[in-house]
Every structure is written in structure tokens, then in C-alpha cells.
Write a protein that binds this ligand. Structure first.
Ligand code: ATP
Ligand code: MG
Length: 253
């Protein structure tokens, strides 16, 4: 079976994309799935979280997008079952360079298509922008997971962001992150969106706000390994399990 491809995206900054990409990739690999994580953000936050120094990287996602470099040449081994195509800051501005080339919005799909038969999951961490990098990610994806931090205007924000996906053949799922005393706001946002937009799904997982998450990532470890049994560990494990189940049901269907 071909890999399930999931982009973690939201044009709003700092909502937890990299955090979720990091934990989902590690979590699925720990369950025994073969995972390829792809960093397609010039900030290279996922690359750094996975313990790779940008200055020691020879081939990155930039080479895949702008040269004839193959996916496997730029793939790094991270840990058992987990591989990474890293990003570096050299990716910045490359979207403008790519625009003049034919099918620039499909480049990632074309180059990574052969990797689909060699992995169970491909997880893409995009930057906080609606640009050619995110368009490349969405054109290659089966699903987009959109993290939001619940607040009073989140319902309206979600409806606005969903417009970005109208032209893409992807399933969109919203997930609430950094939930503290804001469960009611998350529920209010969900009801607001569901009245206006029938096609969107909401993840059953609410990721709590916890400093253990950032602390674990500084040590390049997922929180369920460094602080097993903690609330954020349980939530991110649940997200991983739900993602794995969705693949199994797709397989059965
Ligand atoms: N559940 C959480 N609890 C506490 N802190 C969190 C949580 N999720 C993310 N953070 C912190 O919030 C900050 C932003 O998270 P992250 O980098 O994952 O967001 P992002 O959406 O990838 O940001 P960008 O849009 O800049 O790429 C980080 O410092 C991260 O450690
Ligand atoms: Mg990020």
C-alpha cells in the first residue's frame, strides 16, 4: 500500500505545526510504521527539532525542488523507522525562483511520488504562509491537519483558512492545540465552523498547553518518550493512534 501523505499546515504562525509534525512522525515510527518526515519551511524548525544542524546538511528539500536531486539522496536517517528530508534557510525565496518553471506547483509531488511506495506515512511540516511551498505540499497530500489555538475569534479564522483549500483534493482536519482553560472556546469554534462548512472534520484529540512539549523537543525527544504518562504525552499518543487507525480503515475501505 502507498504512503498516506499528511501536511501539517496553517498560514497562521506558531499554532503548533512543527510540534505536531515532530510528534506524529516519531509516534508513528514507534508504532512500527515507516515514516518520511519532510521539512518544507525555510525556518527549518523540524530539522533542528530532529537534531540536525543546518550547516552540516549537504542535500535538502531545496535541492529536490530546484535541481535534479532525488528524494533518497537528501533523506537522512533519524531513528528506527524514521527518516527526514531536511530544510535549510537556503530554501527562503526559492518559491519565486520556481515560479518561472513549468509545473512549479507540482514539483514536490513529482519528485516524491516514488517515496510513497517505500513508506507508510509521509508527514510534511509547512511554514506559516500560503505560498508555493505549501501549495506543493497540499498538491501531494491526502490530508491536511490544521492546528489552531482556541480563542474568541477562532471559528471565523478557521472558516477563512478553509477557503484556501477549496481547490485542493485533500481532507482537512482541524486540531486544537495549547488548550488550557479554553475547552469551551474550542467547542464554540467547532460549532461555528460546522454550521458553515460541512466538509471539515475535527480531531477528537485536544492537545493541552504544557511546557513539557517544548522542553522535550529541545532534547530532540518526543514528549511520550521523555515524560511518559504526562497529559501532553497521552494526547499526542492518542493523535498518533487515531492517525494510524484512519490509515487502517482507508486500507480496509
Ligand atoms: N501544546 C503546547 N503547549 C505549550 N507550548 C506549545 C504547545 N504546542 C506548541 N508549543 C510551543 O509554541 C511554539 C510554537 O510551536 P510550533 O513551532 O510547533 O508552531 P508552528 O505552527 O510550527 O510555528 P511556525 O508557524 O512559526 O512554523 C513553540 O515554542 C512550541 O514549543
Ligand atoms: Mg513550524
Amino acid at each position: 500500500m502507498q504512503a498516506t501523505v499528511i501536511s501539517i499546515s496553517n498560514p497562521l504562525g506558531g499554532t503548533g505545526k512543527t510540534t505536531i509534525a515532530f510528534h506524529l512522525s516519531h509516534g508513528l515510527a514507534m508504532l512500527g510504521y515507516k515514516v518520511l518526515a519532510v521539512d518544507i519551511d525555510p525556518k527549518a524548525s523540524l530539522t533542528r527539532a530532529m537534531g540536525r544542524r543546518e550547516d552540516l546538511i549537504t542535500y535538502s528539500v531545496k535541492d529536490i525542488l530546484t535541481r535534479s536531486t532525488t528524494w533518497w539522496k537528501s533523506t537522512l536517517f533519524i531513528s528506527r523507522n524514521l527518516y527526514l528530508i531536511p530544510a535549510t534557510d537556503e530554501l527562503a525565496g526559492m518559491d519565486y525562483h520556481m515560479l518561472s518553471k513549468p509545473f512549479s506547483y507540482m514539483k514536490l509531488k513529482k519528485k516524491l511520488l516514488p517515496a510513497k511506495s517505500e513508506h507508510d506515512f509521509i508527514i510534511l511540516d509547512t511554514g506559516p504562509a500560503y505560498n508555493l511551498f505549501s501549495v506543493n505540499a497540499w498538491n501531494f497530500s491526502d490530508a491536511v491537519l490544521m492546528p489552531f489555538i482556541p480563542g474568541p475569534a477562532t471559528g471565523a479564522d478557521i472558516v477563512m483558512m478553509l477557503r484556501d483549500f477549496q481547490d485542493f483534493d485533500v481532507d482537512v482536519q482541524v486540531i486544537f492545540n495549547q488548550v488550557a482553560r479554553t475547552r469551551a472556546l474550542a467547542e464554540q469554534a467547532r460549532r461555528y465552523v460546522e454550521k458553515r462548512h460541512r466538509k471539515v472534520e475535527f480531531s477528537g484529540t485536544l492537545i493541552p498547553r504544557s511546557s513539557l512539549i517544548g522542553e522535550s523537543m529541545v532534547h530532540h525527544e518526543p514528549v511520550f518518550q521523555r515524560h511518559p504518562g504526562s497529559r501532553p504525552a497521552l494526547a499526542l499518543k492518542e493523535l498518533t493512534a487515531l492517525t494510524a487507525t484512519a490509515r487502517t480503515s482507508r486500507d480496509a475501505g
